[in-house]
Design a protein around this ligand. Structure first.
Ligand code: ADE
Length: 241
């Protein structure tokens, strides 16, 4: 199913490499993902193409000017399917995780608002925004990087975006576990050898080894993940070991 992202941003050029390179670039080229960029600056009517405005009550910093932003969002929504959500990227949003990404992927259209300056007028959030998402507890200079993070993670859930060589079923979090360690040539690198089982050609033994390593390293690095997981008997046996 085709996923469309409409991004409202003052810096559309930040997205150009992102949507032409690598896995995402390929998906765009194949028509699996569509990205439309809406720049509030194109919706201004004054000679200086003003996109910022002063906050009531004073203080440092500017906000995004309401009219160009609201008009850009309205245009993005007009071009969207019925099954659309307007998402504002903000440190005040719910922290994005795999479950949130899966949820967002259910919408054929996502309108992503990337804020700049001190943010956007509260009334726009109340009237136009359906969901607020954060990518972590730190403050970035704008919502563009968070929007790209969201787009990347959602796109990877579209089956055809990852070839079957790099299928999402092996990704960390798809099965709730961290990935097993990976090795490539040479067999001996600075005296450190590739685990012998990976050279054995015994595919069932390799599967078991990877499973064990995944469970053990999740326990070691991210015990919080294991707590919410319903482990299979095979996995429980590994942890008891
Ligand atoms: N905008 C600025 N910082 C952000 C963050 N951490 N997550 C989402 N949007 C943001």
């Amino acid at each position: 199913a085709k996923q469309r992202f409409s991004v409202v941003t003052l810096f559309p050029e930040m997205f150009e490499r992102f949507i032409t390179q690598g896995v995402i670039g390929r998906a765009v080229k194949k028509g699996l993902i569509e990205v439309a960029l809406y720049n509030p600056r194109d919706y201004t009517h004054d000679k200086h193409r003003t996109v910022d405005d002063r906050p009531y009550g004073g203080g440092p910093g500017m906000l995004m000017m309401i009219q160009p932003l609201a008009d850009a969002i309205a245009d993005a929504k007009k071009a969207s399917a019925k099954n659309v959500q307007v998402v504002y990227l903000t440190p005040q949003g719910r922290k994005l995780d795999f479950e949130g990404v899966q949820n967002l992927s259910q919408f054929t259209d996502l309108v992503l608002i990337a804020g700049r300056y001190e943010g956007i007028d509260e009334r726009l959030i109340e009237s136009l925004v359906d969901q607020e998402w954060s990518i972590g507890d730190y403050v970035l200079s704008g919502g563009e990087l968070p929007a790209m993070v969201l787009m990347d993670a959602v796109s990877r859930l579209i089956p055809e975006v990852l070839g079957h060589n790099q299928s999402a079923v092996d990704d960390s979090f798809t099965n709730g576990l961290l990935e097993c360690p990976h090795y490539t040539r040479p067999e001996n690198y600075l005296g450190k050898r590739v685990p012998a089982v990976l050279l054995s050609g015994d595919h069932e033994k390799i599967r078991q080894w990877r499973q064990i390593e995944s469970v053990k390293r999740t326990q070691r690095k991210r015990p919080d993940l294991l707590k919410k997981l319903a482990l299979t008997e095979e996995q429980q046996a590994i942890l008891a070991d």
